[in-house]
Design a protein around this ligand. Sequence first.
Ligand SMILES: Cc1ncc(COP(=O)(O)O)c(C=O)c1O
Length: 413
Amino acid sequence: MASQPPSKSSEPRKKYRPATELVHGGAMRSQFAETSEALFLTQGFVYPDAEAAEARFKGDDPGFVYSRYANPTVAMFEERMCLLEGAQAARAVASGMAAVTASLLCDLKAGDHVVSSRALFGSCDYVIGTLLPRLGVSSTLIDGRDIDAWKKAVRPETKAFFLESPSNPTLELIDIAAVAKIAREAGARLIVDNVFSTPLFQHPLKLGAHAVVYSATKHIDGQGRCLGGIVLSDETWIEEKLFPYLKHTGPSLSPFNAWVLLKALETLEVRVTRQAESAAKLAEVLADHPAIERIYYPGHKSHPQRALAARQMASGGTMIAFDVKGGKRGAFDVLRALEVVKISNNLGDAKSLVTHPATTTHQRLKEEERAALGIGDGLIRLSVGLEDPLDLAEDLTQALDAASAPTLRAVSA
Ligand SMILES: Cc1ncc(COP(=O)(O)O)c(C=O)c1O
């Protein structure tokens, strides 16, 4: 087994296309030359003598020390993600929220200021809007689509910008390259939560972001089995800022979950390509249904930021949102009538899943805050899975038909 504590893509080697890197990248074989990457389910490592332990702790010998710091299976997952993302270094953590929180707390101190788009996943909103201010880090939430708003929000003490694009759940887009430029000029680091577009369809680091974070729970696992997260950036920041924070606060990814995620990466390209193709077809079906007021899909002609989507995303992605007529009652009627598509708050899964954001993921927000984000009572978020798209189209259509008969009668009464 190669001795390699932190994961790095620093050694020169031939680069392959994503689908190939996702199958082979980062693999380290033990003395048994196993085909499938090994699961090192161990908290620690044995040293041949006390001198070796001393050298390992001092950093003179680059072997593994303790799985809170680094673990061979976790390192393989990190390295495979670096190759996919084109990042110098990465550190994996226990969940997407651990990744978001660590990417901010590792590098901020009381007195600093953060600018963030306001269209955020509920827990990201809590971290930026509530937790950071409690620790003395102020934050300004803006409409991230408005490029001037980023400029206007900058203060001398601004140290970080944060955004999600597309956003959860209304699929608003933010011009990552334009925001990265403003961040650079302000001396701030732009962190992008790239969950919705997946590592295959959008590359924030190439667009100028400083760091990219993922909930690996979503498309990366894609089979609803475990939680995970990862932060990717340049090697200096990852090792000097992020690593000490993780090492001493301990939100480590378990080797077992890292192994699940590592093996899941082998099928990521096939899965999300199929899911996105199905999503594009379903967007057409949904857009034409009389029970729907409006759909939100970056790959659909009705999306107001279609040109930006074409510029910065390689696909419209796997997520669609739509407003049904009849508000909460109309939305609940649709959810109740679905048979193949399941009600759940996860996304990026092999199973198609629907969520009613106003009563679940964004329930914490006040009604007026939800309204400002475009999260109405009739909004449904759909994560498109791997089922046959015709079965999905039939299921959604029958649910909308069933729900819309009484709803449309009530609306027109
Ligand atoms: C955009 C976004 N960021 C972060 C997270 C948090 O991920 P996790 O549930 O793995 O902590 C989610 C979860 O839904 C999300 O949608």
